[in-house]
Design a protein around this ligand. Sequence first.
Ligand code: RNT
Ligand code: ZN
Length: 422
Amino acid sequence: MRTPELIKQAYDLAKAQYADLGIDTEAAIKIMKAVNISLHCWQTDDVGGFETPDSTLSGGGIQATGNYPGKARNISEVKADLEKVMSLLPGKQRLNLHAIYGDFQGEKVDRNEIEPKHFQSWIDWCKTQEIGMDFNASCFSHPRAADGYTLSSKNEENRRFWVEHVKRCREISAETGKQLGSPCVHNTWIPDGSKDTPIDRNGYRELLKKSLDEAFETEYPKDYMKDAVESKLFGIGVESMTVGSHDFYLGYAIQNNTLICLDNGHFHPTEQVGDKISAVLQFVDEILLHLTRPIRWDSDHVVTLNEDIQLIASEVMRNNFLDRVNIGLDFFDASINRIGAYVTGTRAAQKAFLIAALEPKAKLIDLEEAGKNFERLALLEELKTMPFGAVWDYYCLLEKVPVGTDYIDEIQQYELEILSKR
Ligand code: RNT
Ligand code: ZN
């Protein structure tokens, strides 16, 4: 284990090297205070939730694969896991909860019946953790979603059911934001779509628009809650048409002044979400990010420090968009230690933001505007081998969380003592 002195020495060298490029590492570390990542509760239990003791994921284009032992089986296990995760991350996070994780106390409460009281224990937990909370309607894994349609369903009873669910989720979100003194971002994603070539694309989209209008009718103060809508390209079993496509939701978000959620697993593989940020922020006030790692499809692999994530982080930092970009995660890997996956993925996202905060933006723009494109390329390449790791390690040291690989041991210990006994 490296001593704090060694970590500090390495940092001092790095600091001097960055200073040569006109970058203040101390300022970059300070900026990280504003990078508050919303932790998706669903990495702890493969998007199962606790509506019934045997809740399992079914259909709807969401698929967690793997059966590594140690999955959280109840709310207290999710909380324990999240506390462990947060103890291994620098900075302050938020909680991102799905409606299926309500505290139903063994009672059968259908999605059109949920109330703020079912989430009070989560709100209270967030208070003790001194964190904000975000929320999600759960329009999947339910008999009324079995035919693949929810808010755009032509079955009026089902459509009404899901509208009621989203209404209630928004009410819960507003109550959450009010109590926590931090706006709760409420995200709506639906799996609706068609496996084979549909005829009535338009009919489904009219219904979705109508349902959203109905569900979003009640206005809540922006200090309490904000709506986001999340598009998707396709899902397994829903390959030919997704009702809530990007075009659909971008239009909806602009027209209705909601947030648009950009999930980087939800686009054609060569499209870059990092490129979309400055495009959509010309027209909407804020966005929500779902950071993930799609492998061949929207596979929701653990986030790693790849170019995709780095471009997203750079675009946020270059433009000082932190107050307009809500950062969420959306990966779920059930094939490895889930808590290890969680921490590795979240730390990777945090690293991307710290790297972005260390970019010599002024220098790069000067080169760009002078048409010195070789020089711009060369500098970007050199930046890749700058001693970023020393700054990251020092940041972790300051935040009193494990430095470098030390968190691996802690996860192994947690597995030995807690996860393996589940
Ligand atoms: C699905 C969407 C959605 C979900 C979560 C569980 O493709 O990405 O965000 O993953 O809400
Ligand atoms: Zn998502």
